[in-house]
Design a protein around this ligand. Structure first.
Ligand SMILES: Nc1nc2c(ncn2[C@@H]2O[C@H](COP(=O)(O)OP(=O)(O)O)[C@@H](O)[C@H]2O)c(=O)[nH]1
Ligand SMILES: [Mg+2]
Ligand SMILES: [Zn+2]
Length: 335
């Protein structure tokens, strides 16, 4: 059945049972526009809006539907409908957008980016985009969401020694698999096929211009997504993908293309770093003080590791930065 192809599962079916009265259908949000959504339902693709009621019931923005969500629709005719409820999410991605609104105090504010993702493909470009610290931030973000991750170093053709980058990234990636490719050569995307499975939702995340939409087109086997023309001066693509969107792959599986996000402040908890910085947390068990800040305390095993060259100083600095960011977030949420 079509809904299963789009990721429908027994959990969602159980949640929908409450609404199964003949007047409602379940649907997946496949594209978000400013004032409406495109959803895929058992009665076909529909353009829907959400009712004031759901806006009212939603405690805040995090409860409003996003791409990837399963929702309950009251269809109106063949092509339209309204969203009357949001089915519980299996997982979601959020970022902190505090400070984005001018004139408001810097209070933490959650923005849910996408929901119900099984795997995230974090894409980095082996051009000016290449940045280990940004990769660490993405890995932490994915870890907060509970989805699995794979790392792709794209634009291998633009780098003199892509294998050296693979080695470097593998060192910070923990158990996350790392691939290198040039998306301009679709054959190089073959290893990714292994991660695309019927009913599974795979999201591509990464800065603008790294080649996410090129990868989507390569995997779809057709040019569905517009690709940015790169200006030769800075190697950066323009924002061509302005919408988050789900695509059904011909061989099964669902892909989510995303626009690049300039600011990616974390929304999560400090223990989200346990996966993305497992090496540092293991080292920290050897520190003399349990609450060691790994800054200047005596008997700090983490500092000893950086002095011995076993741990990169920049990685430690980034860990501390992300930790402070998450602690500040926790404080702001508690206040
Ligand atoms: N040289 C090179 N260019 C690439 C590669 N992949 C994508 N591009 C180019 O990078 C630009 C941005 O690609 P796009 O897919 O729009 O990036 P997105 O913003 O992440 O979706 C386009 O001009 C692509 O043709 C690659 O592997 N090598
Ligand atoms: Mg794009
Ligand atoms: Zn320490």
């Amino acid at each position: 059945m079509i809904l299963e192809e789009w990721g429908w599962s027994t959990d969602f079916a159980e949640a929908f049972a409450l609404w199964n009265d003949g007047h409602h259908v379940p649907a997946r949000v496949i594209r978000g526009e400013k004032n409406y959504f495109r959803v895929l339902s058992s009665v076909g693709e529909l353009t829907v809006r959400f009712t004031g009621k759901i806006r009212h019931h939603a405690g805040g923005r995090p409860d409003l539907p996003v791409v990837g969500d399963w929702v309950v629709i009251a269809p109106q005719g063949q092509q339209r409908g309204t969203i009357v409820a949001l089915l519980p999410r299996r997982n979601s991605f959020s970022r902190n957008i505090s400070g984005r609104r001018k004139g408001k105090e810097q209070r933490a504010e959650e923005q849910v980016i996408a929901a119900n993702i099984d795997l995230v493909i974090i894409v980095s470009g082996l051009d000016q985009d290449y940045n280990l610290r940004r990769i660490e931030r993405y890995l932490t973000l994915v870890s907060s969401s509970g989805a699995a991750a794979v790392l792709i170093l794209n634009k291998a053709d633009l780098h003199p020694d892509p294998e050296a980058c693979v080695k470097e990234v593998t060192r910070i990636a923990g158990t996350t698999p790392v691939f290198v490719c040039s998306a301009l050569e679709p054959l190089q995307l073959l290893p990714l096929q292994h991660y695309l499975k019927p009913g599974q939702t795979v999201a591509l995340l990464g800065s603008s211009g790294v080649g996410k939409s090129t990868i989507v087109n390569g995997l779809l086997g057709e040019d569905r997504q517009k690709i940015a023309a790169v200006s030769s001066s800075d190697g950066k693509g323009r924002h061509t993908t302005t919408h988050r969107e789900l695509f059904l792959l011909p061989q099964g599986g669902i892909l989510m293309d995303n626009p690049g996000m300039r600011e990616l402040h974390l929304w999560g908890e400090s223990n989200d770093l346990e996966e993305s910085f497992a090496d540092i947390l293991t080292l920290a068990q050897g520190c003399r003080f349990r609450n060691c800040s790994h800054d200047h305390e005596p008997g700090c095993a983490v500092q000893q590791a950086t002095a011995a060259g076993a741990l990169d100083r920049d990685r430690l600095a980034n860990y501390l930065k992300l930790k402070h960011e998450l602690q500040a977030l926790q404080k702001s949420r508690a206040s």
